[in-house]
Design a protein around this ligand. Structure first.
Ligand SMILES: [Zn+2]
Ligand SMILES: [Zn+2]
Length: 507
């Protein structure tokens, strides 16, 4: 199952992708305007008997060619029809909020020397309006890894960088090991087959292709950079979050607070997106939490103890059969299945397609928030419902006591949200999933397992966080990832089935 061993398959796929790329180059002129000739090797510049000013000029010329669609005349003359160096330099100065002098002053040179993304700042999106992924579940894979960081670290930084966008949009990202994922992540040095060679340390750090088939959506990182997971060198998480923005269809921002700002800067790694980034991703894909349509919020006639009342309400299955349907949390409760989304709850009794539904507060009046994760311990006939760092204990349809902090399970304070939880009664363990990690809690001893947290992808091959919801049913784990559900055999450690969430409602 290694993603890096099947070279023959990778080569075939790569060739296929290159054909698509060449086609795209001819038709669209590519996602960004890239440098078509490699920069001189840095050492060459040191030995050239040229004045520093000429080096600056040639550096600036290449910069404007790569990022501002400047076309220098090869003979040094300028054709009247082409914008001059000076006017392109003014464009660049405006983009970065500098004085529009049109001359190479020290402030302008400082920006030009700042390491940055390889995608153009002036990509004209008018001809590619609507260029977005047409579905909300997007697959990704890592082809070639970097030698600067352990494989596990790269996996978790990539997953976290995608999660930045998932949290702000209706998108979900699913790890794929096929080399044919929508977004393929690769680390390359210099020339790497796509006509846009990397340039050694600093300069261009990475580039990405907008949504589309083949190379579309792919992200390449310059292996020559000192990639790190922390504040030194270039933080892979920060650069990856930026490049994934391109892979989803976003262009560069002039706002230095935006993650889509083209030059590299150290940022606080929590709340990476600016409000502008969130508006832009929502413009393409809509907001994260679509409330259930008003038609679903019909009058709930008898909210008193409806869990086992046996009174089923006729429900239009239209909304529940939406193939993009995702849930915040799912749990078994006795013979029933509870599906949570936003502040809404659907209850399905085993082997029946009758569904009861309504606002969560109709069933549990004390709970007025969305549920991120939920699990059920049959021996105690008790459900545990999580929102952020707090949880409720629910018995029957009664909420017992006040909401408590998840620290009582032994979570460190940096865990701010549980994505999914599932209790496996055979082992008396509860698994908690947070982004790419999972935690094992012993319900019998009421203690967190010492080895927690561990990587989800390591112990559940084929499954990658973030996980929307998880349940244990008929001896198997069922992972809800976006609108897909994976049936997982714990003993064989493999996925043994996949279906859409809608199939749980008989759609
Ligand atoms: Zn960029
Ligand atoms: Zn590339």
């Amino acid at each position: 199952m290694s993603s890096r061993t099947d070279h023959s398959e990778a080569t075939v796929v790569w060739r296929g992708k290159m054909q698509v790329l060449l086609y795209l180059v001819s038709v669209f002129g590519l996602f960004g305007q890239y440098r078509l000739t490699p920069l001189p090797h840095p050492d060459d510049e040191l030995v050239l008997p040229t004045k520093p000013a000429q080096n600056d000029l040639s550096l600036a010329t290449k910069y404007l060619e790569q990022f501002y669609s400047f076309k220098a005349d090869p003979m040094g003359r300028r054709r009247r029809s082409r914008p001059s160096f000076s006017s392109k330099l003014k464009d660049m100065q405006s983009f970065f909020g500098l004085n529009r002098t049109g001359t190479l002053n020290p402030e302008t040179l400082a920006v030009i020397r700042t390491p940055r993304c390889g995608v153009s700042d002036v990509e004209d999106y008018s001809h590619r309006r609507g260029n977005r992924w047409k579905r909300n579940l997007i697959t990704y894979g890592v082809g070639r890894y970097t030698s600067h960081l352990p494989v596990n670290t790269v996996d978790s930084l990539i997953a976290s960088a995608l999660d930045v966008w998932a949290k702000a949009s209706p998108l979900s990202f699913l790890r794929s090991y096929s080399h044919q994922a929508d977004i393929m992540v690769e680390f390359f040095r210099n020339d790497h087959g796509d006509s846009f060679p990397f340039d050694g340390p600093e300069g261009t750090l990475a580039h990405a292709y907008g949504p589309g088939e083949g190379i579309g959506g792919d992200v390449h990182f310059d292996e020559a950079e000192a990639w790190t997971a922390g504040p030194k060198g270039f933080n892979l998480y920060i650069v990856a979050a930026h490049e994934f923005g391109h892979a989803l269809g976003l262009k560069h921002s002039q706002n230095p607070e935006s993650v889509m700002y083209p030059t590299y800067k150290q940022r606080k790694t929590h709340n990476l997106l600016s409000s502008e980034d969130i508006v832009n991703i929502n413009t393409l894909y809509g907001p994260r939490n679509k409330s259930p349509s008003p038609s679903l919020r019909f009058n709930w006639n008898n909210p008193s103890n409806p869990w086992y009342s046996g009174s089923f309400f006729p429900v239009s299955l239209k909304e529940i059969c939406n193939p993009d349907l995702t849930f915040d949390a799912v749990t078994t409760v006795g013979e029933a299945l509870f599906f949570f989304r936003d502040k809404y709850l659907w209850i399905k009794h085993n082997n029946q397609n009758d569904i009861k539904e309504g606002p969560i507060s109709n069933f549990m009046p004390n709970i007025d928030r969305q549920i991120d994760a939920a699990y059920w311990v049959p021996q105690r006939a008790t459900a545990y419902l999580f929102n952020g760092t707090i949880f409720w204990t629910v018995k029957g349809s009664q909420v017992k006591g006040r909401a408590r902090n998840i620290k009582s399970f032994g979570f460190p304070s940096w865990v701010q949200q549980i994505d999914a939880a599932v209790h496996i009664h055979r082992t008396a363990h509860t698994l908690f999933f947070t982004q790419h990690l999972y935690w094992r809690y012993n319900e019998h001893f009421k203690s967190m397992n010492d080895s927690s947290p561990r990587n989800i992808s390591e112990d559940f091959p084929g499954i990658n966080g973030p996980i929307s919801a998880a349940i244990y049913k008929d001896g198997s784990l069922h992972f809800f990832v976006g609108s897909d559900v994976y049936k997982y055999d714990i003993k064989q450690k493999e996925i043994i089935g996949a279906e859409k969430t809608t199939s749980w409602f008989g759609c």
